[in-house]
Design a protein around this ligand. Structure first.
Ligand code: NAD
Length: 261
């Protein structure tokens, strides 16, 4: 039996077919979930529509810019017209201005860069949960995407590392606040993947080859592998897991030295 039969999940963060959210949509659809999608800007609408068509029959594709409370509120007002209740959402959203993602952290970080990256990449997760809380059914699962740069220094990741640390703490506080309502909250910490968001990080290609060389599995992970873990975390098979950061990085986070040492 498929893992996600009778589950309705909202997917955010599809920008194109390389997006992690796209790999997640594919796996959730395969496991029987009914999906709805958001798109960030009008420019992305048709692209998200094309992808959504592959994984959804209901054509629920709604705009949402998480930098605006009213946009988040409007999203759930609109979603309610089709789904009065649902079973969770995937938050696959992050942003920092490109100039923040290069060079010396202390020199590059700015008050505005700090504020924007935390607001879009961390606050928006609880910001969405706050608004749709009353629409979430028992055994719902909320899922976000994070990266190892939250607790290790990764060159050029800079302020985004701090925003991911905030997001991971957000996961734990949200899990505790919502656990009594049988709502679980987790994040997947993915290894590096070539996407629109990661292309803004200076020397990202070098990071990909470093992981491929030194990860225990000696290759990079794929969006499909992240999607499979997301399907498990959205399903009732993971009913005992909440407040966790699950690594899907080929074991890279377990390594502290390389063979070149
Ligand atoms: P992506 O560019 O495909 O997705 C990022 C999404 O964030 C885009 O769809 C974009 O439209 C959306 N977004 C940005 N600002 C927004 C706003 N104000 N409102 C609504 N949406 C907004 O890149 P991705 O790599 O798939 O990123 C998805 C998530 O995965 C991010 O949280 C990212 O940090 C995380 N992640 C990525 C990697 C990687 O190497 N690519 C590794 C670990 C974690």
């Amino acid at each position: 039996m498929a893992l996600l039969n009778n589950k309705r999940i909202l997917i955010t963060g599809v920008a194109n077919s390389k997006s992690i959210a796209c790999g997640i949509a594919k796996a959730l659809h395969r496991e029987g979930a009914e999906l709805a999608f958001t798109y960030h800007t009008d420019k992305l609408r048709s692209r998200v529509y094309e992808i959504a068509k592959l994984y959804s029959f209901n054509e629920i594709i709604l705009p949402c810019d998480v930098s605006s409370d009213s946009s988040i509120e409007k999203l759930f007002v609109e979603l309610k017209k089709s789904w009065s209740q649902f079973d969770g959402f995937v938050h696959s959203i992050a942003f920092a201005p490109t100039e923040q993602l290069r060079g010396d952290y202390v020199n590059s970080v700015t008050r505005l860069g700090f504020e924007v990256s935390h607001m879009i990449s961390s606050y928006s997760f609880v910001g969405m949960a706050k608004v749709c809380r009353s629409m979430l059914r028992k055994n719902s699962s909320l899922l976000s995407l994070t990266y190892l740069g939250s607790n290790r220094v990764v060159p050029n990741y800079n302020v985004m590392g701090l925003a991911k640390a905030s997001l991971e703490s957000n996961v734990k506080y949200m899990a505790n606040a919502m656990g009594a309502d049988s709502i679980r909250v987790n994040a997947i910490s993915s290894g590096p993947l070539k996407t629109l968001a990661s292309s803004g990080i200076l020397n990202f290609k070098k990071m990909l080859s470093f992981y491929a060389k030194h990860s225990p599995i000696r290759r990079n992970v794929t969006i499909e592998e992240v999607g499979n873990v997301a399907a498990f975390l959205c399903s009732n098979l993971s009913s005992g897991i909440t407040g966790e950061i699950i690594y899907v990085d080929g074991g890279f986070n377990t390594i502290s030295g390389t063979e070149d040492m």
